[in-house]
Write a protein that binds this ligand. Sequence first.
Ligand SMILES: [Zn+2]
Length: 245
Amino acid sequence: MMKNRVEKIFSGIIKTQRIASAYLLLGGLAQEKLDSALFFAKSLNCESQISKPCNSCLSCRKLSNSTHPDLIIIEKDGASIKIEQIRKLKEFMHYGPSEGTYKIVVVNNADAITSDAANSFLKMLEEPPSYSTYLLVSQKEEGLLPTIISRCQKIIFPEQSEYFISEQSKTVFEKLTGNNYVETSNAVRSIEDPVQLLEELFALCAQSQRYKLAKKVLYALKNIKMGSNKKLIIDWMCINKWNLN
Ligand SMILES: [Zn+2]
């Protein structure tokens, strides 16, 4: 499976076992940051001795299905992340992990935290238990307390314009707009790595704000990453003849 640049960074961290108590994931695409956070969470608690994350052990599967008791994802409650949510988080962090090695906290849209919630959260970051890892996800640093930022190791995702869309992929996208099934599927299969192709297609959709198609691409990517047969996914793509306009 091809790893993106950030996943390679996370894999390196796992290998050296130099795990920081907090990371700040900045820039890039929203879903991409969340996917990478989940990748890291799985790697941290994966039971495999060979390849982390293996995506097949009980821990990996529970994390994929959002049923792992040691992962909490904090989302905005309305327009912001509120102090009540941080209070609940404190209770969650009070005890050690119940199944994995780490308790993982993902704070999505961390820049939307209210100031009293941020101050309370800062106290947690200042005294992290050894079993905790915080992953703060934000588009930008503005809105975050400098004291919070300084406690995090920053991981910066490439901006959309940095995504490279190859000529070869463009040809495939053109074919996907409506040529016949055999032609299209052969063209897609001739691309060595369908994951890379889909990632490029996703970047293209995001750039041109074609969100419906971007959603379909993500669905295909997610399935491939979870171990679905690549051929079946590509067949599904071709049969659906994605409309790129
Ligand atoms: Zn695993």
